[in-house]
Design a protein around this ligand. Structure first.
Ligand SMILES: CSCC[C@@H](NC(=O)CCC(=O)O)C(=O)O
Ligand SMILES: [Mg+2]
Length: 368
């Protein structure tokens, strides 16, 4: 496959409501999209999930755009065949920047699969045609406000509730949700907000029968998570720590995680995401697909990944209207708590041209 060039497009997507986590409040997304244009006539889309500031991880969207522009696109344009698997070789020589790499790799993968007439789900090894949807609920100003939000999501049909927590907002909101809504599927996500010194406090979550406790400690504290796992009953799930299939194998071997949140952007793309899935499956560790407030482009690819056999827990693959009043693709809509897996070639969705134009803040064309 020959790529004639790449378009880097920035779009501004306001969120329907502020989304608060232990590391900050998101009110809108400044998204970098990458479009690969090929000589063979197909185009492919990749969504970079890097946020505006380096708060979830070290990446941020302006830096990702620069890495794409300066290193990743030239690396691809120098390849005789712009194949996503071939591109992993020069990409491996560039340190870090997995979200930037994932966006370019996904654009190539989408184009390659559209040319082959193959849906991404089929290429990855999907076994389902729809996936159960969970929803991530931010930190709120009060417990009544939280209960109202959770009630709304349950009424929409979400099959699993994830509560963001942080010191000072953890046991009480979890207890209130459990007492109000009974034995719903419930989990928490701390986004690295605690330390091992908080172990006894985190053990107070154990009576509430949580599916998992996501990333309680800093992303590089594998030993701390292994020690915490010995002090609390709630299963530990890692997110920020799992930067590759090897990182997953290490964390599992060291007893630091018993469930894994897979995010293609965090590990460099859907090809490595499948390897993380396979390593976890080989070790009997359940996985689920996390989210980074993606538009319908990234959401479509995440739903395809969520259809793999090892994805046995509902993921953060919510409907489009969880975050956006208007998506740039046809909206993903919940049906009986599930999202349909796209069946068209590639990622299976396309942005609506008029909507894309309306939300575009910048475009640039990068060619040989
Ligand atoms: C702005 S928070 C992004 C990272 C966070 N993502 C979510 O909570 C799910 C977001 C979504 O539904 O896309 C996580 O750490 O898992
Ligand atoms: Mg998380």
């Amino acid at each position: 496959m020959k790529v004639t060039g790449f378009e880097l497009r920035r779009i501004a997507m306001p969120l329907v409501s502020p989304f608060r986590t232990s590391f900050g409040v998101e009110r809108d997304r400044d998204v970098l999209l990458v479009r690969a244009v090929t000589e063979e006539g197909a185009e492919g889309w990749g969504e970079c999930v890097a946020m505006s500031a380096p708060l979830y991880s070290s990446e941020y969207v302006d830096a990702a755009a620069e890495v794409v522009r300066r290193y990743l696109v030239p690396a691809v344009l120098s390849l005789p065949d712009a194949d996503p698997y071939q591109a992993e070789v020069p990409f491996a020589k560039i340190k870090g920047h997995p979200m930037a790499k994932a966006a370019v790799q996904t654009a190539l993968l989408d184009a390659r699969l559209r040319l082959a007439g193959m849906p991404l789900a089929a290429h990855l090894g999907a076994v389902r045609d729809r996936v159960p949807a969970g929803v991530s609920v931010g930190i709120m100003d009060s417990i009544p406000e939280l209960l109202e939000a959770v009630e709304g999501y349950l009424a929409e049909g979400y099959l699993r509730i994830k509560l963001k927590i942080q010191p000072g907002w953890d046991v009480a909101p979890v207890q209130a949700v459990r007492e109000r809504f009974g034995d719903i599927l419930l989990q928490v996500d701390a986004n690295t907000a605690y330390t091992l010194a908080d172990a006894r406090h985190l053990a107070k979550l154990d009576p509430f029968d949580l599916l998992l406790m996501e990333q309680p400690l800093p992303e590089d504290d594998i030993r701390g998570h292994a020690e915490l796992a010995r002090q609390v009953r709630t299963p530990i799930c890692l997110d920020e720590s799992i930067t590759s299939a090897r990182a997953a194998a290490d964390a599992i071997a060291l007893g630091a995680t018993s469930v894994v949140n897979i995010k293609p952007g965090r590990v460099g793309g859907y090809l490595e995401a499948r390897r993380v899935h396979d390593v976890c499956a080989a070790n009997g560790v359940p996985v689920w697909v996390g989210g980074m407030l993606e538009t319908g482009l990234g959401r479509a690819a995440n739903v395809a990944l969520a259809a793999l056999p090892g994805c046995v827990l509902p993921g953060d693959t919510s409907a489009s209207d969880r975050y956006f009043s208007r998506d740039i693709t046809a909206p993903f809509v919940l049906a009986d708590g599930h999202l349909p897996v796209p069946t068209a070639p590639g990622i299976g969705v396309d942005p609506d041209p008029a909507t894309l134009t309306e939300v575009t803040t910048a475009t640039e064309w990068l060619a040989r």
